[in-house]
Design a protein around this ligand. Structure first.
Ligand code: SAH
Length: 274
């Protein structure tokens, strides 16, 4: 089997593998990255990791046209930290979807006390029946990489966005023609990564109008430099953990190489339903 780029998928990945990964890694992500499972935006290089992650959220919220009181679908919501942030800082009403039972529990716990402004559901976003014209913003932060049919997903969520509403996609981007990018996709359980141009093309084909598309690299790579330092300090722990954790540690170096070599970028794409 080959994908649209003629590259062979590394192995037959399933949605269950993705779910198992996030169930199994929940404690490790929380311990090393906190409740945000996404890149930090390091503009000065002096930011603490959590501060850089919130900075990334502010950056994306500003581009994604998030306004007070909006209804947001956070697709692939992780531990609920983005929903928590959007509800607290922007008074948004957030529906978070995750494929992982463990994340669902953590997200509900994190957002307890937010007066019903957040709601979480266990769902495979690719199979989820999004209600029509219901969201001001569909927010995909570092989740679309895991989707098996991204083009179909974008066609589906277009109908779920209110007229005038937006789709915000923050994603790891690179060409599957690159062996390094294919390797990254395999280690991090992504059926395939796309380039920014591929995202833009498919989002437009889905009937949305791309308002902005930006590529970051040097501003986010520190996330992995810090992870590499943590791994160096935890070598002993890594040696006794299951093999998947060592595979993740290998992925940290691949990510650094990807960003430093220019083969990988971090794209923030915003599109509107006209
Ligand atoms: N957006 C969060 C988490 C990113 S990690 C953050 O920024 O912190 C990737 C997320 O995508 C995880 O929550 C995982 O459960 C979710 N995910 C991956 N495939 C999914 C699918 N098919 N349906 C729903 N969620 C999915």
């Amino acid at each position: 089997m080959t994908d649209s780029n003629g590259a062979s998928p590394a192995r037959s990945l399933t949605t269950h593998d993705v779910r198992d990964h996030y169930n199994q890694f929940a404690w490790a992500y929380r311990r090393y990255w906190g409740d945000h499972i996404h890149h930090g935006l390091f503009l000065t290089g002096q930011e603490a990791p959590g501060e850089a992650q919130e900075q990334m959220l502010r950056y994306c919220a500003a581009r994604g046209v998030v306004q007070p009181g909006m209804r947001v679908a956070d697709v692939g919501c992780g531990h609920g930290a983005t929903a928590n942030f959007l509800a607290r800082e922007h008074s948004c009403h957030v529906l978070g979807l995750t494929i992982s039972e463990k994340q669902l529990k953590l997200a509900r716990r994190l957002c307890r006390g937010l007066d019903g402004t957040t709601k979480f559901e266990l769902a495979d976003a690719e199979a989820y029946a999004f209600p029509a014209s219901s969201f001001d913003v569909i927010w995909n932060m570092e989740s679309s990489e895991h989707f098996f049919d991204k083009a179909a997903y974008f066609r589906k969520v277009r109908a779920a966005i209110k007229p005038g509403g937006t789709l915000m996609v923050a994603a790891w981007t690179g060409s599957m023609r690159s062996p390094l990018v294919r390797n990254i996709a395999q280690v991090f359980l992504c059926p395939e990564l796309w380039t920014t141009a591929e995202y833009v093309k498919q989002i437009e084909s889905a009937g949305l109008r791309v308002l902005s598309s930006e590529q970051l690299a040097s501003e986010v790579v520190r996330t992995w430099d810090l992870a590499a330092e943590q791994i160096r300090r935890s070598r002993w722990l890594l040696s006794i953990l299951p093999a998947q954790f060592r595979e993740f540690a290998r992925g940290v170096d691949l990510m650094r190489e990807g960003f430093h070599s220019g083969q990988l970028t971090y794209s923030v794409i915003v599109a509107a339903r006209g």
